[in-house]
Design a protein around this ligand. Structure first.
Ligand SMILES: Nc1ncnc2c1ncn2[C@@H]1O[C@H](COP(=O)(O)OP(=O)(O)OP(=O)(O)O)[C@@H](O)[C@H]1O
Ligand SMILES: [Mg+2]
Length: 341
């Protein structure tokens, strides 16, 4: 197959591109900024998020995917097209593309994504369900007749998928992931400490000292907020133990959803999962102690995939060598032929 081989992960918070032979070449916010008056595009990707904090009145920010659901397809395709052009701008031959998409998308929605890729000049393009892409990117041999359980915890969704012989046998998606952890931290600090903080501050605290299981040593971090009673600005310190307590109910909810999937899988598949364990991927798999917390609640071995945030993009890239097989499975649309009809 000639031309650049690109694996693209379309996520709620980020769009990530993997190029065969180069690795991860792009990871940008899934966001776009328009001029509120003229409607002109001002920035796409991470620059769009940064722009909002500088001139909020004149800028309107759109993040078209929340919780794994694309609310505005034309905006989503506009962002994808702009970012793909950044990846492929100096390619001589037309690129070949596999796009990892949320498993809940309809056939029509998948076609819309494929059409947007065609606008970018893709030679061959296919979509792949995110749990399969993540499993491939995590290095799991998914085609063996042996079941594995992959949990992809991103920003908007937690996808729990039991995979065997290259297909998703059972899957459950819940809207409890990184964005929800941030909201939970805000709520906790409002109720327990009487301080109001913004979501970006909650995310920073989560990245710096957040944890799903107690840390060996307690850490603390400073934050700026607003006193909810006096409505005055306030600088305060938060501990890792507090963040662990804040996030704990959400980890319980994820464990309950995993148990729900395990109840559904047949005994043989269940036995395989008990033996091979559970693999965590997605950006939120980097939350300290998540593997230990889930291992304790589920009583099953749990491990975090290396470079979890990029598993889906890498896996989509790896799948390009099998693009003909995806075509047989009905995933692939030959754009040239389809455009003729
Ligand atoms: N060190 C960290 N600790 C905790 N959370 C983290 C860490 N690093 C990244 N995250 C979280 O990972 C999330 C982003 O993950 P990812 O890029 O996999 O999401 P996505 O693919 O865009 O979303 P989705 O798959 O839900 O559509 C964010 O919520 C971010 O806060
Ligand atoms: Mg994702």
């Amino acid at each position: 197959m000639l031309g650049m081989k690109v694996g693209l992960d379309l996520g709620s918070s980020a769009i990530t591109a993997y190029v065969a032979g180069k690795g991860i070449v792009l990871c940008e916010a899934n966001a776009i900024c328009y001029d509120a008056n003229s409607g002109d595009v001002l920035a796409v990707g991470s620059e769009a998020l940064a722009m909002l904090s500088r001139t909020p009145e004149t800028v309107s920010l759109v993040q078209p995917m929340r919780g794994g659901v694309i609310s505005d397809f034309s905006v989503q395709c506009e962002i994808m097209t702009a970012l793909l052009q950044r990846v492929c701008h100096n390619a001589v031959l037309r690129p070949n593309l596999i796009i990892s998409v949320p498993s809940g998308l309809t056939k029509l929605e998948r076609r819309t994504i494929l059409d947007a890729a065609a606008v970018c000049g893709a030679a061959r393009v296919s979509v792949l369900d995110a749990p399969i892409a993540s499993a491939l990117g995590a290095g799991i041999p998914i085609e063996e007749p042996r079941g594995v359980l992959v949990i992809d915890i991103g920003a908007g969704t937690c996808d729990i998928a039991a995979i065997t012989m290259g297909t998703v046998a059972f899957c459950r998606s819940i809207p409890i992931a990184g964005d929800d952890f941030d909201e939970t931290i805000c709520q906790y600090l409002r109720q327990k400490r009487g301080v109001e903080i913004g979501l970006p501050t909650a995310q920073r605290l989560k990245h710096q000292i957040g944890c799903a299981a107690p840390r060996e040593e307690e850490f603390e971090a400073a934050a700026n907020g607003k006193d909810t009673i006096r409505q005055m600005p306030l600088q305060f310190f938060v501990t890792s133990t507090e963040l662990c307590e804040a996030i704990a109910p959400r980890i319980d909810a994820i464990a309950q959803a995993v148990l729900g999937v395990l109840e559904d899988v047949p005994a043989e598949l269940f036995a395989d999962i008990c033996e091979t364990g559970i693999v965590l991927c997605g950006g939120s798999s980097a939350l300290y102690g998540l593997d230990a917390a889930l291992c304790e609640k589920l009583r099953l071995p749990v491990r975090v995939a290396p470079d979890g945030a990029h598993c889906a993009a890498k896996g989509a890239g790896y799948a390009l060598k099998d693009i003909d097989r995806l075509e047989d499975d009905g995933y692939l649309f030959r754009l040239k032929e389809r455009n003729k009809t």
